[in-house]
Design a protein around this ligand. Structure first.
Ligand SMILES: Nc1nc2c(ncn2[C@@H]2O[C@H](COP(=O)(O)OP(=O)(O)OP(=O)(O)O)[C@@H](O)[C@H]2O)c(=O)[nH]1
Length: 331
């Protein structure tokens, strides 16, 4: 009997942001069996003592950082968990990986796409980034990895909102929206969030809902301040056109983009109208790993339009916009 893939949640966020606090809350609330892979620096994992539920399985990885020195160990643990599940030794329905505060989540996510067995056994569901309301801005200023964590996320969970005022929360929220316009933002106190908002994110699914609207209300609590601009090196770039694109030109554009900027591109997503094609073309990618598919047809009452969001580091926005404009059908 083939088993359905295990959904995986990647829990990231800078040092002390509130990852374990959130995880505890999610474990207490979730009505399912969750395996946690916990990556801590140092030989003794303190966090494991803070994790509460007996029924969950905890795999501790304490001798390095998942995104670099012990990425191979992660892969081995994932294979072993898969085997135990297949052999009926271990029943679980979800996997959560809590990274260290200094981890770049991108290579960890890539593990799930770069190995055929793992790609079948697991389905990356979403990347949650916890951002500290008190220290978040300073961490974004000072640490590239904090900006990468924010840029790579499907959900930006702003912790410790009980400790700061509304103006600070709005400033941080607006900055995060400039870095990553695609992630929903939620405000947390002591890790409290409904598990339905943290799990079942479908952040890596290919369907026409993969893009959040470029304008309008982005989340429960916050509208971006239109007047403010930010100068982070990681930022979201929106490319949009009210009409169809030429398939050959847009394919060449995407190939060139990935060839030239793969390392800078954290995540990219698109829903495209293609000249002569009744269906939407949807795609998304992480660095060099890209998935494409045709989605549902445009309906008579819909105007076909094309949207791409690129989240990347120091992307040459003007040059990319100009190249995108050259992909418009009959342009
Ligand atoms: N006031 C307040 N404190 C919080 C909140 N969330 C977390 N904390 C506290 O912040 C500290 C760090 O929280 P952790 O959950 O351990 O953070 P972490 O991201 O797992 O930390 P590292 O694993 O060390 O990177 C702890 O003392 C928490 O009790 C919150 O919403 N409000």
């Amino acid at each position: 009997m083939t088993q359905s893939p295990i959904p995986v949640t990647l829990l990231t966020g800078f040092l002390g942001a509130g990852k374990t606090t959130l995880l505890n809350h999610l474990l207490a609330e979730a009505g399912e069996r969750i395996v946690v892979i916990e990556n801590e620096f140092g030989p003794v994992s303190i966090d494991s003592e803070l994790l509460i539920r007996e029924r969950d399985e905890l795999v501790e990885m304490t001798n390095g950082c998942l995104c670099c020195t012990i990425r191979g160990d992660l892969s081995r643990h994932l294979h072993s968990l898969h085997q135990r599940r297949r052999d009926g030794e271990l029943a679980f329905t979800r996997l959560v990986i809590e990274t260290t505060g200094l981890a770049d989540p991108t290579p960890i996510a890539q593990t799930f796409f770069s190995d055929d067995t793992l790609a079948e056994a697991y389905a990356l569901d979403g990347v949650l980034a916890v951002v500290d309301a008190v220290h978040g801005e300073q961490q974004l200023d000072e640490h590239l990895v904090a900006r990468k964590q924010a840029g790579f996320a499907d959900r930006l969970l702003i912790s410790k909102t009980d400790l700061v005022d509304e103006a600070s929360l709005e400033r941080l929220g607006a900055r995060l929206a400039a870095i990553n316009s695609q992630a929903e933002q939620h405000r947390l106190v002591q890790g409290h969030i409904a598990s339905a908002l943290a799990f079942g994110v479908r952040g890596f699914h290919l369907d026409e809902n993969l893009l959040r609207p470029a304008t309008g209300e982005r989340n429960l609590n916050f509208r971006p301040a239109a007047t403010r601009s930010f100068a982070d090196d990681i930022a979201a770039l929106h490319l949009t056109h009210d009409g169809p694109l030429d398939l050959q030109r847009i394919s060449a554009f995407m190939n060139r983009l990935v060839e030239q900027h793969a390392e800078q591109l954290l995540r990219y997503k698109g829903v495209l109208a293609i000249a002569g094609e009744p269906r939407r073309l949807v795609f998304q990618g992480v660095h060099r790993i890209t998935g494409f598919d045709y989605g549902r047809e445009w309906q008579n009452d819909e105007t076909p339009r094309s949207d791409i969001v690129l989240i990347g580091q120091q992307l040459p926005a003007d040059a990319i916009r100009a190249e995108f404009a050259a992909c418009i059908a009959n342009a």
